[in-house]
Design a protein around this ligand. Structure first.
Ligand code: HOZ
Length: 430
């Protein structure tokens, strides 16, 4: 258990940070505000572990919010980075690694015939929507409550992740004229989508997380994704899968491979940069060729295709080509999920365990969670108490009921069993 003198180092850093960084953090969820905690400042990471500035070690289930499928500092990724570093950090000009990475992305996700590298998931989704609007010559976007597609203006409507965590539905600063071009309906509700298409003739695209990770983990009902595909085709709208979290995680080819659905455009994120700041969007050639300079839809970036990020991403994606990786990831996730489900139920605080390869959420509610509305029935105070107990017992779980936890291939059986024990104890003490 972290000792009190050392805890003060993280605490002192947070106090300093609050003077110069809004809320003391560079992204709201990690402030741990929603769970009554303060951020743990990390000094280093390796494998399945995070080491904080106070000398304490935690089993990491945040995994940098997705990219650490192979754990932190995988030797091949580190080697590729060290090699790339010998050659420079940024050229603002094309480099061979970006071609190789683009080829590998297209090969692994065959629905992506062409891909454009950007620097974050937010950039990918914003650019994909601009492209969809240009391609369809329509303006309205349909999204789902609880899905989070980064912080672009169009997406901050009933968004999950930090907004759901802070109890916000939208953000000041987004002009009404922009917000009204976004329709948001309940996830897993095909009737609501049909109704939206009947009422709005101007829908350019549906964008969604095919498996939601930003309202906690929510799985699509069997007919949901297929229904969306059909509705988009019938209504001349594009289907955009935001696979920033699920790409190369829930299976090698992402959720689109797992559920056998062909989106028109796919957004990818940090995972294809091996943890460095990368995003990408890609899809059918006919659509992608509308992007400048082959077409007129403008999108650009000095750091796009950055040699360090491309090298790390390539190294990670090459390892992820092996089916063994996903067997391991699946078996680790199942072990944790089975262990959590087997915890003797605490009648006052029932839990639901949702999982898919590489991702898991423990919802503190009595009903299965199928959308943001059911996720909101969770007892967030009970979650917060359990979260604090986990942290004190060396388990770094996402500090929000509305964020999925991420597994890696390098979580050991002992790590997982220790996590289950910590949960059991925390639930017992509620
Ligand atoms: N919104 C991110 C996960 N869904 C969290 C970002 C962060 O705090 O790093």
């Amino acid at each position: 258990m972290p000792d009190t003198i050392q805890i003060k180092k993280s605490h002192r850093l947070f106090e300093r940070a609050k003077q110069v960084i809004p809320g003391g953090v560079n992204s709201p969820v990690r402030s741990c505000l929603a769970v009554g905690g303060t951020p743990t400042f990390i000094k280093s990471a390796d494998g399945a572990y995070l080491h904080d500035v106070d000398g304490d070690t935690y089993i990491d289930y945040v995994g940098s919010w997705g990219p650490m499928v192979l754990g932190h500092r995988h030797p091949h990724v580190m080697e590729a980075l060290e090699h790339a570093l010998q050659h420079g950090t940024s050229y603002g000009a094309p480099c061979p690694a970006e071609v190789e990475l683009a080829e590998l992305v297209c090969k692994t996700m065959p629905n992506i015939e062409m891909v454009r590298m950007v620097n974050s998931g937010t950039e990918a989704t914003m650019s994909a929507v601009r492209l969809a609007r240009a391609y369809t010559n329509k303006s309205t976007i349909l999204k789902f409550n609880g899905c989070y597609h980064g912080h672009g203006d169009s997406f901050l409507v009933e968004a999950g992740s930090g907004l759901a965590t802070l109890g916000l539905a939208n953000s000041p600063g987004v002009p009404e004229s922009i917000a009204k071009l976004t329709i948001s309906v309940s996830y897993n509700n095909l009737d609501a989508v049909k109704k939206a298409f009947a009422e709005h003739k101007d829908i350019a695209a549906i964008i969604l997380e095919p498996v939601v990770g930003n309202a906690g983990l929510i799985l699509p009902k069997p007919e949901f994704l297929e229904g969306l595909r059909e509705l988009c085709t019938t209504n001349d709208a594009l289907l955009i899968f935001d696979e920033v979290m699920t790409g190369f995680r829930v299976s090698k080819g992402g959720a689109q491979e797992l559920y056998k659905i062909k989106p028109d455009l796919t957004c990818l994120g940090k995972i294809i940069g091996g943890g460095l700041p990368v995003g990408a969007y890609g899809g059918k050639k006919e659509i992608m060729e509308m992007i400048a300079p082959s077409g007129k839809v403008y999108q650009a970036g000095t750091l796009s295709g950055n040699p360090l990020a491309m090298a790390a991403g390539l190294a990670q994606l090459r390892i992820l080509q092996s089916p063994l990786t996903y067997k391991m990831l699946e078996s680790n996730t199942n072990r944790l999920a089975d262990g959590l489900k087997a915890i003797k139920s605490n009648k006052k605080f029932p839990i639901q365990v949702a999982h898919v390869t590489g991702m898991i959420t423990v919802f503190f509610t009595k009903e299965p969670v199928i959308d943001l509305e059911t996720a909101k029935t969770c007892d967030t105070e009970a979650f917060a108490k359990v979260w604090r107990h986990l942290l004190q017992n060396g388990v770094y779980w996402p500090p929000s009921q509305f964020e999925a936890a991420f597994m890696s291939t390098v979580h050991s059986k002992q790590d997982i069993d220790k996590t289950i024990e910590a949960f059991e104890k925390a639930l017992g003490e509620l």
